[in-house]
Design a protein around this ligand. Structure first.
Ligand SMILES: NC(=O)c1ccc[n+]([C@@H]2O[C@H](COP(=O)([O-])OP(=O)(O)OC[C@H]3O[C@@H](n4cnc5c(N)ncnc54)[C@H](OP(=O)(O)O)[C@@H]3O)[C@@H](O)[C@H]2O)c1
Length: 379
C-alpha cells in the first residue's frame, strides 16, 4: 500500500484544526453571551420595603418609560463619606446614555447586558451636609456643597469627602451649583489639560450653547483666548453674552468650510469628518473630542469608531487629536467654585423640573437642543 495516497498533507490537516477551533471558540462565545444576557439582573427583584425610606428615581429596565419615583433605603454615610440632603441635581447626556443603554457596546462593558446593573440615576448634585463620617475633617453638618455622586436623582446622596465634592459659593444658588460637575469639569479639563489653551489662541467650540459649551465659552475666554462659538441663530445672543468673540450659526454656515484656522477645537457635536476638522486646524492645532453623539447616532458603537480613528491618526500628523474623558475631582470643582464666586463663571439654566419629572427632563435633554443646563429641584 502506498502511504502517500492515504495520509492527508499537513497543511490541509492544520486548516481543518484551525477551522474547527474557530468554530468552537465562536460557539463558546455565543453560549457565554446567551447565559450572561439572560442572567444579567439587578436589585429590583428584592422587594423588601425600606426601613428608612427616601424618594429616588429608579429604573429596573432600559428605556425612559421605566424611570420611576420610588421609596428606597436612605443611605448611611461610612467613615469617609458625607450625608448630603440634595437640594438640586442636574441632567447630563451621560444620564440618557444610561437610561437607554446606548451605545449598546457599553452594556457589554459592565453596564448590564439585558438590564441596567445600577438602577439609580443622576450624578450632579448640590445640597446641605446633614452628617459626616468620623474620618471627615473638611466638611461639617450645615455646609452647603456641590459635586457628583451616582444616584443623585434622590433626596440624599453620600459622596466621599475627598472625591468630587466641594463647598458651594455663598453667592451661587443650589440650582446653579448643581449644574457644574460634569459639564463644568469637562469644559475646564478639555480646554486646560487637553487643549492647553493659551492667551491669544483661536479656540472654536462646536456646540457652544449646550451644558458643556456654555461653560467652555466662559472658561476659554477667562484663559484669554479668541473664542468662536458654533450654535444656532436662536442661541447666538446667549453665546455672545457669555464672552464669545465670534458666533457661527451652524444652520447657515459650516465652520469646517470657512477660511479661519483654529489652534484648539473643542468638539461637543462630532458632526464633521476628521479630514474636514483638520482642514481648519492649525498645523500644530489640537482637536479635543468631547461629544458622544445623539440618540439617533450609531446606537451600537456610538463614538468609539471616532475615538479609535483619532487615536490611530494622531501619532502620524502634526496636529493633536483625541478624546477627553472628564475626571470629576475636588480640586477642579474648587477652581470652578472660585470662578463662580468671583463672578467669572455662571451656569446657564434652561429649564427646571421636579424630582417626579425626571423622565420629562431626560426626554427634553435627549432631544439635543437644551440651552445650557436642565436642572431638577427638590424641596
Ligand atoms: N467626554 C466627556 O467626558 C463628556 C462629558 C460631558 C459631556 N460629554 C458629551 O458631550 C456632548 C455635549 O454635552 P452637553 O452636556 O453640552 O450636551 P447638551 O447640553 O445636550 O447639548 C445641547 C446643545 O447642542 C447644540 N447642538 C445641537 N446640534 C448642534 C450642531 N449641529 N452644531 C452645533 N451645536 C449643536 C444645541 O444647540 P441648538 O439648540 O442651537 O441646536 C444645544 O444647545 C454630549 O455628547 C455628551 O455626551 C462628554
Amino acid at each position: 500500500m502506498n502511504d502517500k495516497t492515504t495520509a492527508k498533507p499537513p497543511r490541509r490537516r492544520w486548516k481543518r484544526v484551525l477551522k474547527w477551533s474557530v468554530l468552537v471558540i465562536l460557539l463558546a462565545l455565543l453560549v457565554w453571551f446567551e447565559i450572561a444576557y439572560w442572567t444579567s439582573s439587578n436589585d429590583c427583584s428584592r422587594t423588601a420595603a425600606p426601613n428608612n425610606p427616601m424618594k429616588a428615581i429608579v429604573y429596573c429596565d432600559y428605556g425612559l418609560p421605566n424611570l420611576k419615583l420610588e421609596d428606597v433605603e436612605k443611605p448611611v454615610p461610612n467613615d469617609d463619606q458625607l450625608l448630603v440632603k440634595v437640594r438640586a441635581a442636574s441632567v447630563n447626556p451621560y444620564d440618557w446614555h444610561f437610561v437607554e443603554g446606548t451605545p449598546k457596546i457599553m452594556r457589554a462593558m459592565g453596564v448590564g447586558l439585558r438590564k441596567p446593573k445600577d438602577t439609580r440615576l443622576g450624578v450632579d448634585f448640590a445640597g446641605t451636609v446633614e452628617a459626616v463620617g468620623k474620618n471627615v475633617t473638611q466638611f461639617k453638618p450645615g455646609d452647603e456643597v456641590f459635586g457628583g455622586r451616582g444616584g443623585a436623582f434622590a433626596e440624599y446622596v453620600c459622596p466621599r469627602a475627598t472625591r468630587a465634592v466641594a463647598l458651594k459659593p455663598a453667592n451661587v444658588t443650589f440650582e446653579q451649583a448643581a449644574s457644574v460637575n460634569i459639564a463644568g469639569i469637562t469644559a475646564l479639563q478639555g480646554l486646560r489639560d487637553k487643549g492647553k489653551v493659551q492667551a491669544g489662541q483661536k479656540v472654536l467650540i462646536n456646540g457652544a450653547s449646550g451644558g458643556v459649551g456654555t461653560f467652555a465659552v466662559q472658561i476659554a475666554k477667562s484663559f484669554g483666548a479668541d473664542v468662536t462659538g458654533v450654535c444656532s441663530a436662536r442661541n447666538a445672543d446667549l453665546v455672545r453674552s457669555l464672552g464669545a468673540d465670534h458666533v457661527i450659526d451652524y444652520t447657515k454656515e459650516d465652520f469646517a468650510k470657512g477660511d479661519e484656522r483654529y489652534d484648539v477645537i473643542l468638539d461637543n457635536v462630532p458632526n464633521h469628518s476628521l479630514s474636514a476638522i483638520r482642514r481648519v486646524l492649525n498645523p500644530k492645532g489640537k482637536y479635543v473630542l468631547i461629544g458622544g453623539g445623539g440618540p439617533n447616532d450609531d446606537r451600537w458603537i456610538g463614538p468609539f469608531g471616532r475615538i479609535i480613528h483619532t487615536a490611530v491618526l494622531s501619532p502620524f500628523i502634526s496636529q493633536q487629536m483625541g478624546m477627553m474623558m472628564a475626571d470629576a475631582n475636588q480640586k477642579d470643582l474648587t477652581i470652578l467654585a472660585d470662578m463662580m464666586q468671583a463672578g467669572k463663571l455662571k451656569a446657564v439654566i434652561d429649564r427646571t423640573y421636579k424630582l417626579s419629572e425626571v423622565p420629562a427632563a431626560v426626554r427634553y435633554l435627549e432631544e439635543g437642543h437644551a440651552r445650557g443646563k436642565v436642572v431638577i429641584t427638590l424641596e
